[in-house]
Ligand binder design. Structure first.
Ligand SMILES: Cc1cc2nc3c(=O)[nH]c(=O)nc-3n(C[C@H](O)[C@H](O)[C@H](O)COP(=O)(O)OP(=O)(O)OC[C@H]3O[C@@H](n4cnc5c(N)ncnc54)[C@H](O)[C@@H]3O)c2cc1C
Length: 404
């Protein structure tokens, strides 16, 4: 078993680390305080090729593998969660779903501009009344000739107020015996008549990011914007989460690393009772746990990246990586604040932001409770993955780097 990262992996991580450290870290506290997303972020991420990092070059991407996607997310969230959220919704949830399920025509129309960073994608599943229980979503899509008429509201949607394309889920068959079988997936665009969006204010964390709502009033969505077949939407939504959750796991690993690195620096410098606090055993214990959580979370997400590269189904492993990394990023952030004492309680240091940001990830893309239920059901043999009509393609370096 070879755990070595390739030169390509190391270089990509290094470029992203430099970008995040030099261009984002110096001002992130100010944007977080203002509850605003720095408008320079999306264009700069596009320029660096991050918005199409693991999309084949023939679809406008950079042709890197899925492991690189994870490493990029780790480096971005090492500095701020809002950066990684962009990767999760634009690349993980939207673009990779298009790569997996889209027709050639849909890939040309939606995936190519997204991979080039000319258009931003988002993922709209959650509604005011339905989060974990997404199978019972209420947004309706009524077929009328060659269009569907969409009505409803989506809530808690990352980049709702910034994105151009929404991978959006709506009910096409209210009579389906199984609620999940009555859902279809659509590519809705911001310029469609009847689409309005807004920001949600007063969030605990990810304040330098954008989270909002989408209202749909008699929105006419052409038939050719339906992704997959009618009734296949729930499967598409869940398979997209296999990709989104991978990015969340990798990002949360970066958050653990941020907590560890900043706690190490502070513990070496801060002195109590005549010595650096790093020499007190109780502080050492916290640092030891954080180092263990980091390595474990990293191994779990890299295993998923490897499985994706091989084209292996990874729903169980992705859920495990996401559950572990996010839960332990909350723990690491709590310990980091504790190590910083009163200074950790103010935004003079980053750790209070890490703590606020960490809490979102144990809620979105499957709450920790939902992941525990999934893991128990896999362990009990109650839950088994069935093959999908369209699988995420395995990574093929040669094919992915060919531009036509
Ligand atoms: C910052 C942020 C960004 C987000 N971005 C997006 C996005 O881009 N797109 C999108 O579609 N959604 C997004 N979401 C929504 C997110 O996916 C939902 O919040 C999440 O799925 C949980 O749903 P809920 O909030 O409705 O909680 P609920 O489903 O109402 O759950 C409430 C509580 O009950 C628990 N619970 C629910 N069911 C069970 C059960 N069967 N057994 C045990 N406990 C249970 C939950 O774990 C939770 O603790 C985002 C949320 C946040 C906070």
């Amino acid at each position: 078993m070879d755990f070595t990262l390739s030169e390509m992996h190391r270089q990509a991580a290094e470029v992203v680390r430099r970008f995040a450290q030099t261009e984002v870290a110096p001002t992130i506290r100010e944007w977080d305080r203002r509850h605003e997303m720095n408008p320079a972020i999306l264009p700069r991420m596009a320029e660096l090729g991050l918005l199409g990092i693991c999309i084949p070059a023939r679809y406008g991407g950079q042709g890197f593998d899925y492991i690189t996607l994870g490493l990029v997310c780790e480096e971005l969230e090492r500095v701020d969660t809002s950066l990684r959220v962009v990767m999760s919704v634009h690349v993980g949830l939207c673009s990779l779903a298009l790569l997996q399920w889209g027709s050639e025509e849909q890939k040309q129309r939606f995936l190519v501009p997204q991979a080039r960073g000319e258009k931003i994608g988002a993922y709209a599943l959650t509604e005011p009344g339905h989060g974990s229980d997404a199978a019972h979503l209420e947004t309706s899509a009524r077929r009328r000739g060659d269009v569907y008429i969409l009505n409803g509201e989506k809530m808690w949607i990352s980049l709702a107020n910034k994105a151009d394309h929404f991978l959006l889920f709506a009910r096409t068959n209210p009579e389906a015996a199984n609620a999940a079988d009555g859902i279809s997936a659509f590519m809705v665009t911001r310029d469609m008549k009847g689409v309005t969006t807004g920001d949600i204010h007063g969030k605990l964390g990810v304040r330098a990011g954008s989270t909002g709502w989408i209202a749909l009033q008699d929105v006419e969505v052409p038939l050719e914007n339906r992704l997959g077949e009618e009734g296949e939407g729930f499967k598409i939504a869940m398979s997209a989460l296999d990709n989104g959750r991978y990015t969340v796991a990798a990002g949360a690993t970066g958050l653990i690393r941020a907590c560890l690195e900043e706690s190490l620096a502070y513990a070496r410098e801060r002195r109590t009772f005549g010595k650096p606090i790093a020499e007190h055993q109780l502080i050492k214990q916290k640092l030891a746990y954080m180092a263990l959580w980091y390595d474990t979370a990293r191994l779990l997400y890299l295993r998923v990246g490897w499985m994706k590269n091989q084209g292996l189904r990874n729903t169980r492993e992705t859920s495990q990586a996401k559950w572990y990394a996010t839960e332990h990023s909350v723990k690491a952030a709590l310990e980091a604040v504790q190590i910083h004492g009163a200074y950790g309680y103010s935004d003079e240091y980053n750790v209070e932001r890490y703590l606020r940001n960490s809490k979102g990830a144990v809620i979105y893309e499957g709450t920790s409770e939902i992941h525990q239920l999934m893991q128990a059901d896999y362990a009990l043999g109650i839950r088994r993955d069935r093959p999908l009509r369209c699988e995420l393609p395995a990574y093929d370096a040669e094919a992915w780097q060919q531009s036509s």
